[in-house]
Design a protein around this ligand. Structure first.
Ligand code: G3H
Ligand code: 13P
Ligand code: ZN
Length: 283
């Protein structure tokens, strides 16, 4: 069954765990995520990025996730990751997404609030949840200096205003994580997370969580993070699985024998994350 982010994260917040939000781009990734959720008895979010929508096409993403969700006995949400415009949000809602993210984080605060509020008004009318973003979650290639931190990371006062004025159901915050593989060990700004949590009652979202040490993930969950985005760790597991088969049996040409082991490798990673996020056995 497909449910909304609001329902799913409400439960997570009440019971002190985070739901894993895993990016998907093809059938094997959809199956790896949903089979992992079934085996772990975990609620799960499948999300499609801009690149994912371009690669697979919105119809394929929706059809694959719906097929998996219909067979699943755990709650599943289908979420748009880093939505770029009101038009794209409408398209996703029309195709059956149960939840969307509008990423206005590159806009000035007032414009981000205005765009996000417009999306919330339309989405909530048809029972679709909305995640907003405040602060800039960059790539691991952007080296953030200490001086830049205040300009790029989420400002707690602004977070409170943003949530109140936009009406979002969940808020993605910038506290030191970045998208992609990290060069060193990421250091999260837990003081800032604490200040945001004091002022914001809705579930908070951590992006760029691949490669973040387990201890930091646990602390972030204890401090109010309810949704954790993972993409890179799954991509790397997929690549490991494919590389191993082709290294061991270079003459292999059956896609099922090449992609099957990649799925097994992805499931190991996803199930380990679910246990770490404490969402296992919560469905
Ligand atoms: O949020 C970013 C995703 O991890 C990757 O995005 O699929 O568009 O490369 P992409
Ligand atoms: P990673 O690729 O760093 O796990 O980030 C995923 C993400 O935040 C998707 O929105
Ligand atoms: Zn992200």
């Amino acid at each position: 069954m497909l449910i909304t982010l609001k329902e799913m994260l409400g439960e997570a917040q009440k019971n002190g765990y985070a739901v894993g939000a895993f990016n998907t781009n093809n059938m094997e990734i959809v199956q790896a995520i949903v089979e992992s959720a079934e085996e772990e008895r975990a609620p799960v979010i499948l999300q499609a990025s801009q690149g994912g929508l371009k690669y697979a096409g919105i119809q394929y993403i929706v059809a694959m996730v719906k097929a998996a969700a219909e067979q699943a006995s755990v709650p599943v949400a289908l979420h748009l990751d880093h939505g770029t415009s009101f038009e794209q949000i409408m398209q996703c809602i029309r195709h059956g997404f149960s939840s969307v993210m509008i990423d206005g984080s590159k806009l000035p605060l007032e414009e981000n609030i205005a765009l996000t509020a417009r999306v919330v008004e339309a989405a909530s009318a048809v029972g679709v949840s909305v995640e907003g973003e405040l602060g800039k979650i960059g790539g691991t290639e952007d080296d953030i200096t200490v001086d830049e931190k205040d300009a790029l990371f989420t400002n707690p006062e602004e977070a409170s205003l943003f949530v109140e004025k936009s009406g979002v159901d969940a808020l993605a915050i910038a506290i030191g994580t970045a998208h992609g593989p990290y060069k060193g060990e990421p250091k999260l700004d837990f003081d800032r997370l604490g200040e945001i949590k004091k002022r914001v009652a809705i579930p908070l979202v951590l992006h760029g969580a691949s490669g973040v040490p387990d201890a930091s993930i646990c602390r972030a969950i204890e401090m109010g993070i309810c949704k954790i985005n993972i993409d890179t760790d799954i991509r790397q597991a997929f690549a490991r699985g494919v590389s191993r088969v082709l290294a061991e049996t270079p003459q292999e040409y059956d896609p099922r024998k090449i992609l099957g082991p990649a799925k097994v490798e992805m499931k190991e990673v996803i199930k380990t994350k679910m246990r770490l996020f404490k969402c296992s056995a919560k469905a």
